[in-house]
Design a protein around this ligand. Structure first.
Ligand code: ATP
Ligand code: MG
Ligand code: MG
Ligand code: MG
Length: 470
């Protein structure tokens, strides 16, 4: 059985042997791209290479890319702890062709890796293609020998990728693994596809068009390939597990969390908390290593949300002192060799985790008791009023998603428009109290800036553009 570190190496090595340049992961904060909150796919660092703006000395590449999906269009935060396959931080393994090989070679390489090198049972695999992509359909038949019934045509945007409103775009084809009918879920395209029976492991994007204007789409003279496979998902398969959180790496982190809290991971609620803690530890540590610090806006606020959410779960497990920093050595041990930045930043990460947890601890307890009073009479299907959610946010530092997460097990929602109203009201009041200062020019600028950037307090994490996602 191979561990995560060996699987990562095996992937890169396979593509190296097949002529690809092994390129290091780029940082989680995209360089020169303020439109994108975090790197969320392998292709992000190659955007300009795909569009032709930038030249590289190689025409094919392979990477293991650090990704965070905890904001913007791709936000998997709410899935963590609840699905078998989502993390806020994960590694995306990819191979890329910049006008070099296209569909046939991409399919050949992917199929060869998972069925021959990795030895995955091909009878458990099925693939999707974009509904009009006959070429991909035929190639899967020819190269993989898949029967028609296991090549599913999907008509939705799930199988059509675009870099943005304009620019490179094209159909994609995804490889799924069927974990068996003892697990709830249906094949892609079915109403039950969100279940965890059929798990998507690899997405192959065939960039063959350029969207010039809204109406005009032309063929790219040299089509390109962009693929992404979750390391943790392929590791689960290779380790005979259904669930990403049962792979060696996560078992070590969860074990550390069990040891530090003294609470076993054997009932579903405790298990979910340990998983959230292990996941959020990874994203927090990697974000800090890449220069993000907790704050009240933008990227820093996403980090703060992740950290505080983990702290609530630590609290649920009975931790009464800062917990996250105690688990850090275990993460560094698991991932420090592949990502030396983690080792270099260990002291900073540790201090940041400890400080944030120490600060938040006081208000966390008081906020949770307010929340429990305010929701005492609520039942499944009820909604917590927006005023209370806003008070928790404003006075107790509870990110909205923390409050939502806290009520989720009881089936209680939050009145989101009431929350926004309360926030607006507070802004208007702040505006009024400023209005007497006499310095109206400065005021106007301040509020404009706040509208534009400061409003990121709560809304900022939704402002990520749709770009750059596999
Ligand atoms: P899903 O439908 O399961 O949410 P996706 O279609 O959003 O996945 P892609 O954008 O196609 O994922 O990303 C390429 C690959 O990256 C996926 O096939 C999967 O293996 C992996 N991946 C995507 N999101 C996550 C995540 N949150 N955690 C772990 N792996 C992920
Ligand atoms: Mg997704
Ligand atoms: Mg998908
Ligand atoms: Mg996908």
């Amino acid at each position: 059985m191979s561990g995560v570190n060996e699987i990562r190496s095996a992937f890169l090595d396979y593509f190296r042997r097949n002529g690809h340049e092994v390129v290091p992961s780029s940082p989680l904060v995209p360089r020169n791209d303020p439109t994108l909150m975090f790197t969320n796919a392998g292709m992000v660092q190659f955007k300009n290479v795909f569009t032709g703006l930038e030249q590289r000395p190689y025409s094919t590449a392979t990477t293991a890319q650090k990704c965070v999906r905890a904001g913007g269009k791709h936000n998997d935060l709410d899935n963590v702890g609840y699905t078998a396959r989502h993390h806020t931080f994960f590694e995306m393994l990819g191979n890329f062709s910049f006008g070099d090989y296209f569909k046939d070679r991409a399919i050949e390489l992917a199929w060869g890796l998972i069925t021959k090198e990795f030895g995955i049972d091909k009878d458990r695999l099925l693939v999707t293609v974009y509904h009009t992509d006959d070429q991909a359909f035929d190639l899967w038949k020819k190269i993989a020998g898949l029967p028609d019934s296991r090549i599913i045509r999907i008509p939705t945007s799930d199988n059509f990728w675009a870099m943005g409103d304009t620019g490179p775009c094209g159909p994609c084809s995804e490889i799924f693994y069927d974990h068996g009918d003892h697990i709830w879920g249906g094949p892609p395209g079915s109403p039950e596809e969100d279940g965890d029976r059929f798990i998507e492991i690899w997405n192959l994007v065939f960039m063959q068009f350029e969207q010039v204007t809204k109406e005009q789409r032309i063929d790219l003279p040299r089509p390109s390939i962009d693929t992404g496979m979750g390391l943790e998902r392929i590791a689960a398969l290779l380790q005979g597990k259904h669930d990403n959180y049962d792979i060696d790496l996560f078992r070590a982190l969860i074990e550390a969390s069990v040891e530090a809290t003294g609470v076993a991971a054997d009932n579903p609620e405790h298990r979910a908390s340990h998983r959230v803690i292990a996941d959020h530890l990874r994203s927090s540590a990697f974000l800090i290593a890449d220069g993000v610090l907790p704050s009240n806006e933008g990227r820093g606020y996403v980090l703060r949300r992740i950290m505080r959410r983990a702290m609530r779960h630590a609290q649920l497990l009975g931790a009464r002192e800062p917990l996250m920093w105690k688990l850090l050595p275990s993460l560094v041990q698991q991932m420090g060799r592949a990502y030396p930045e983690l080792v270099r930043a260990e002291a900073l990460i540790s201090e940041t985790l400890k400080l944030e947890e120490t600060r938040f601890r006081k208000t966390l307890e008081r906020g949770l008791s307010l929340l429990s009073d305010a929701s005492a009479d609520l039942d499944k299907g009820d909604i917590l009023d927006g005023e209370t959610a806003f008070k928790l946010y404003d006075t107790y530092g509870f990110p909205l998603d923390l409050t939502q997460d806290a009520l989720r097990n009881r089936g209680i929602g939050v009145d989101l428009s009431g929350f926004s109203d309360a926030m607006e009201r507070q802004k208007a009041e702040a505006r009024k109290s400023w209005a007497g200062s006499g310095d109206t020019a400065a005021e106007t600028i301040w509020f404009e800036l706040r509208e534009k950037h400061g409003a990121t307090d709560f809304l900022g994490y939704d402002t990520e553009s749709a770009e750059g996602v596999v």
